[in-house]
Design a protein around this ligand. Structure first.
Ligand code: KIV
Ligand code: ZN
Length: 387
């Protein structure tokens, strides 16, 4: 079976920057955008130009600089936002606009104070207005996963008629489940007559910890663009972590016949850069790029990995740009791993000295959870220099 190409829409610089406590300056945003281009994401959401002067300038600078990924800016469904986005993005290779309006009953009634018919009319008018300038428009039904499906189908048909190129159906509050989210896309594909004129996109938040699973379910139901952020940063519990989505597709390509354009061995570098510049530390056990994702502490696991890495590693660290197999020595570690580490540190010990060193190492693990290379170095130097 042929592989279907899935486009990757990175919103680290927009939704990711909406993480509490994160505030990137223009230079930092440019640095991240350049790295995202090296990672070969298809679209970079550079910001929300109408939200502040700083964001406007950053989006403009990114639109001027980035040439191999398309650059997109966010806009509410109001003319002044669209105008600001155009001024920031007109210099881009292909100026792209991301227009959104909420479609769920709770958002329409309490936040927008608009009737469903007004939401349809505004969306159609703003897509038509934007289309006079922008060659490419993505329209998002904010809070789509809590919207009425018939209403969604009706508004989608109209905005496609008005000129939208991509329809994005976000799980704005991270409420949906994989089965339900997949069903929503299936329903839309079956009930919107002009749906084949556009691409479908998913955008998931992680409030219930299901953003990545929901994104994969969307792909299985006809979505060809996935939105998310590096390290899963974003509003509240964050967005779908892109590194997890793309590696799941890659590692389980037997199950998922999909591919992406990403240069996967740039993932770790991208993750490190985003963590450094946003100040949002990646949890050690984070899937795919966490410090412990390729670390093995128990003796049984270490022994297995040394004999054949695939015994306990389903992802080769090199695939994502992690360059060494990280054997962490602690109280559960066995002789085999200890011996490997001794060699790695440049020591050649007789069996007798190796046994002595192993004994001292085991004593140390009674007091220290993780024995560092420096600790080992001290032990090994002492044993090596004692007659
Ligand atoms: O989560 C969301 O609904 C959004 C929209 C602006 C697309 O971020
Ligand atoms: Zn979002």
């Amino acid at each position: 079976m042929g592989m279907t190409m899935i486009k990757i829409f990175d919103t680290t610089l927009r939704d990711g920057e909406q993480s509490p406590g994160v505030n990137l300056n223009q230079l930092e945003k440019l640095e991240i955008a350049r790295q995202l281009e090296r990672l070969r994401v298809d679209r970079i959401e550079a910001g929300f130009p109408a939200s502040s002067k700083g964001d406007f300038e950053a989006v403009k600078a990114i639109a001027q600089t980035i040439k191999n990924s398309s650059v997109i800016g966010l806009s509410r469904a109001v003319q002044s936002d669209i105008d600001a986005a155009w001024e920031a993005l007109r210099v881009a290779e292909e100026p792209c606009l991301h227009l959104f309006l909420a479609t769920s009953p709770i958002h329409m009634k309490y936040k927008l104070k608009m009737t469903p018919e007004q939401v349809i009319e505004t969306s159609v008018n703003m897509v038509k207005y934007a289309k006079k300038k922008f060659p490419f428009i993505e329209w998002s039904a904010e809070d789509a996963s809590r919207s009425d499906l018939d209403f969604l189908a009706r508004i989608i048909e109209k905005v496609i008629g008005a000129g939208a190129n991509v329809i994005n159906l976000p799980d704005t509050v991270g409420y949906t489940t994989p089965e339900e989210y997949g069903k929503m896309f299936r329903y839309i594909r079956e009930h919107v007559p002009n749906i084949d004129q556009v691409a479908l996109s998913c955008h998931c938040h992680d409030d219930l910890g299901m953003a990545v699973a929901n994104s994969l379910a969307a792909i299985e139901n006809g979505v060809t663009q996935v939105e998310g952020t590096i390290n899963g940063i974003g509003e509240r519990a964050g967005n779908a972590a892109l590194e997890e989505v793309v590696i799941a597709l890659k590692i389980r390509s037997d199950f998922y016949p999909y591919e992406t354009n990403l240069k996967l061995d740039e993932l770790k570098r991208t993750s490190d850069l985003v963590a450094k510049l946003t100040g949002m530390v990646v949890q050690p056990n984070k899937a795919v790029i966490g410090r412990n994702a390729y670390a093995h502490e128990s003796g049984i696991h270490q022994d297995g990995v040394l004999k054949n890495a695939q015994t306990y590693e389903i992802i080769t660290p090199e695939l994502v740009g992690v360059h060494s197999n990280n054997l962490v020595l602690g109280k559960h570690s066995g002789r085999h791993a200890f011996k490997e580490k001794v060699v790695e540190l440049g020591f050649t010990l007789s069996e007798e000295k190796l046994n002595q060193a192993f004994g001292q190492f085991k004593q140390l693990t009674d007091h220290k959870k993780e024995v560092t290379d420096e600790d080992l170095f001290t032990i090994l130097m002492e044993i090596q220099t004692n007659a």
